[in-house]
Design a protein. Structure first.
Length: 418
């Protein structure tokens, strides 16, 4: 077969170019440390590397989210610790105020401290994070959740939402708690209205009602709506009647037994009241549910409302029997409501701890996945330097040989034989 000079030349050049290209590619691999320089080098591995890169970006975002969530929960936990410390001090003040030897001036001093504690709680409930977001406003993080009204009462302006953030593929964690569930919807032991009948002939009075057993109250008392305690003919017994004055079925009666404070405690369907003073036969004292509009004796009472009521009671003072009874009742209800509030805060703190544990365990899981992804990426992408250097050495020899052979062959001519 005849081979023209131009064919011979082109074939030699192509050989040199191919060998040079192979050597150059190997040199680029060694310089970059990567086995795959273009998708064409390994299409399957390239697709897998793209997936691993996307997963790495997701894990990095999750890590950022977990840091933000942990910071938010840590701040909330610290604030709730301050809230509980303040509530504990208010509880101590309430106990001090119940001391019968205290003067009005002493109680006024306690009221002054209560005012400061009330303001402290108000500010804590309106706490913001480093980004200026309100922690306890639910979804309304840009609006102040608690506001003080002109009449001294408080209103909650947030919602009942709870913001969450993604920390893994299908895992979200709550990063806040709304102020309504935390500080407003606190179980109120004084959720009933009590009143002495205007036609009573004795001087007896009835205390604020206290719900001692919520389950019994919900199942028995609440459906009835209203009952009355009627003093028996001898003045030392009582009967519970319905709102129409009819005996209950079966009848509920009992003897009036004096308690440690000189009054008479009567219990019915989870509610306890105390009767004081001279009780005359036929005197009637009503107990009714306190869920009517405008009633302060609702099923729930906010923390700020509880503290404000105690403060105003101590500021009012007074040394009459009625003043003492009213003060005693308010203090008793305040102590129970404060206990409910502290238990509610502690319950949320427990959930915060659980959420932080979830973040910690998820962070560990994500770090393990990241390590595995890094190992797989390295296996697919990183260059085997020993193999590459050996290959480059061989390719260099081949390139040099092709160049030398091209020079030798291209120099051949029939004129050399003449």
């Amino acid at each position: 077969m005849r081979i023209s000079t131009i064919q011979q030349f082109n074939s030699g050049v192509r050989g040199i170019q191919d060998n040079y290209s192979n050597a150059t590619r190997t040199q680029e691999q060694i310089s970059s440390g990567k086995r795959i320089l273009t998708p064409a080098d390994d299409p399957v591995a390239t697709v897998r590397l793209l997936q691993l890169s996307q997963e790495s970006n997701r894990l990095e975002q999750f890590s950022t989210n977990m840091t933000a969530a942990n910071n938010s929960l840590t701040q909330e936990e610290a604030i709730l610790n301050s809230v509980n410390n303040s509530l504990q001090r208010i509880r101590e003040i309430a106990i001090e105020a119940g001391d019968g030897s205290m003067s009005d001036a002493d109680r006024q001093a306690l009221a002054t401290e209560l005012e400061q504690r009330e303001e402290e709680l108000y500010n804590l409930f309106n706490s913001q994070n480093a980004r200026g977001e309100y922690l306890f406003g639910g979804y309304q993080s840009s609006e102040q959740p608690f506001v003080k009204n002109p009449d001294g009462s408080y209103s909650y302006q947030g919602d009942e939402g709870q913001r969450s953030i993604q920390i893994a593929g299908s895992k979200y964690v709550a990063i806040n708690d709304n102020g309504k569930d935390l500080f407003v919807n606190v179980a109120n032991v004084n959720r009933v209205n009590t009143e002495a009948d205007a036609a009573n002939t004795g001087t007896g009075r009835i205390s604020l009602g206290v719900v001692e057993d919520k389950t019994t109250y919900d199942n028995t008392f609440y459906p009835q709506g209203s009952v009355s305690i009627v003093i028996g003919a001898t003045g030392d017994s009582y009967e519970i009647v319905d709102s129409a004055g009819n005996p209950l079925a079966p009848p509920v009666t009992g003897d009036l037994e004096e308690n440690d404070e000189g009054g008479y405690t009567v219990r019915y369907a989870g509610v306890a009241v105390t009767l004081d003073g001279e009780l005359a036969a036929g005197d009637s004292f009503s107990i009714s549910t306190g869920d009517s509009a405008g009633s302060t004796n609702r099923e729930t009472r906010s923390i700020l409302e509880t503290v404000s009521l105690l403060r105003s009671t101590l500021e009012t003072g007074g040394s009459s029997s009625e003043d003492k009874w009213q003060r005693r009742d308010v203090i008793a209800v305040t102590l129970d409501n404060l206990d409910n509030a502290m238990n509610q805060v502690l319950s949320v703190q427990t959930t915060i701890g659980a959420r932080m544990n979830v973040i910690e365990s998820t962070l560990t899981e994500n770090e393990e996945v990241s390590l595995i992804n890094t190992a797989v990426t390295s296996e697919l992408q990183d260059l085997d330097y020993a193999e590459a250097l050996s290959r480059l050495s061989l390719q260099s020899v081949v390139l040099e040989a092709s160049q030398q052979s091209f020079v030798k062959v291209s120099g051949l001519s029939l004129f050399n034989l003449l």
